[in-house]
Design a protein around this ligand. Sequence first.
Ligand code: 3AL
Length: 175
Amino acid sequence: MASLAIAEVNKLDSEEFIEVFGNVVENCKLAAAAVWSHKPFQDVDHLNQTIADFLDALPQKGKEGVLRCHPDLAGRLAQAGQLTTESTQEQKSAGLDQLTQDELSTLTDLNQQYKVKFGFPFVICARLNKKAAILNGLTERLKHGAEEETLAGVEEVKKICRLRIADIVTSEAKL
Ligand SMILES: NC(=O)N[C@H]1NC(=O)NC1=O
């Protein structure tokens, strides 16, 4: 539900901006707090790019920390109904609330192997993937090296972020 024009975004003070954009990177208000100082944003692409630049500029440990702010797909918080509103919708859109017992135990097992190997959770943009693509992606990405996988995870965070921002900011048609 897009409701804010970029001109209105540019008028938000830092507190309001963090309130509105504090979860575009899951559980990471710091990202919103950091990019606020780059306003005015010319358009929604500029806002997206500023967040992407912030994520890219983080050192390896910072990127890992951002990934660690994400809940497991169909994990403990999902089972307990304790995900953020955004994550709840996203996981639902991928069909992760409709897994069979077998699929759930496969996903739980792969998530666990992934965390043991890399030290952070598997992150993928659930709105752009259905459950089969998520299970395949997880199996494939388990074969990666740590640095490669940190970068893959951050690219997924950017996709999640772009879609969340599209729900908040109207994108003006370019004439
Ligand atoms: N672990 C993980 O990928 N979580 C996320 N993915 C997504 O689209 N929303 C999330 O919370």
